[in-house]
Design a protein around this ligand. Structure first.
Ligand code: ATP
Ligand code: MG
Length: 210
């Protein structure tokens, strides 16, 4: 079975992109291929002129750690780390100094409206708060590209829409390209570009700003 077929599209730097499609249409497979987590049997994923899947493993790991951020469907916060420590985690991986780490995490906590929750553990947060922390964590190391696989799937539609608005606002402020997947066709009008996927085939649509 082919999860993706004849997929071809381009994403402009700093664009806010939404991938919409029903369950099983291939959104996760597509994002995983775009992020270098899955290797397509054929085809290329070109990022800033480089084919991700031709990079040596070491270079790919470095690229993932420095340039990419991921948000998963259910947050995937580390349950034994506080909110602060979760957001700081990619900065530790990138050997950012402690004072700079503290500055950046505090700034992000303010931005996501959780400055008072820095010492909380993930199980003490609501679903929407967990996802906001996951977004802050994915942006902490200032990636150039953020991929988010149904970051709003566990949220009600108003909370989900607020999260996407927050993500896109943060992306626009920082110049980070964002690609997120969703079932919710209503969020299409928040994006610069919309990619519709059906049975593994992409039909590129147009978002609000194109
Ligand atoms: N590891 C795998 N091995 C084989 N088939 C897979 C694998 N992962 C996904 N598939 C199949 O590929 C197709 C696309 O799956 P994918 O998970 O990408 O869809 P999706 O759009 O993310 O769905 P959902 O909205 O439910 O998350 C589906 O038919 C699925 O059954
Ligand atoms: Mg999926």
């Amino acid at each position: 079975m082919q999860a993706l077929r004849g997929v071809s599209f381009m994403v402009a730097p700093a664009a806010m992109v939404v991938i919409v499609g029903k369950s099983g249409s291939g959104k996760t497979t597509l994002l995983n291929c775009m992020g270098g987590l899955d290797r397509p049997d054929s085809g290329r994923v070109i990022y800033a002129g480089r084919d991700l899947h031709c990079m040596p493993q070491r270079e790919l790991s470095l690229f993932l750690r420095r340039d990419m951020g991921f948000v998963f469907q259910f947050g995937n916060l580390l349950s034994y780390l506080t909110v602060f420590e979760n957001i700081a985690f990619p900065l530790t991986l990138n050997a950012v100094a402690d004072n700079e780490k503290k500055r950046r995490v505090s700034e992000l906590l303010e931005r996501i409206g959780l400055a008072d929750a820095s010492r909380a553990l993930p199980h003490e947060l609501s679903g929407g708060e967990v996802q906001r922390v996951a977004v802050a964590r994915a942006l902490a190391h200032r990636p150039k590209l953020l991929l988010a696989d149904e970051p709003t799937a566990s949220l009600d539609s108003a909370t989900g829409r607020n999260l996407i608005n927050l993500m896109f606002a943060m992306g626009r402020e920082s110049g980070c390209t964002m690609v997120l997947s969703t079932h919710d066709t209503e969020v299409m009008d928040l994006a610069d570009q919309c990619i519709r996927i059906r049975d593994g085939m992409v039909q590129e649509g147009e978002g609000r700003r194109q």
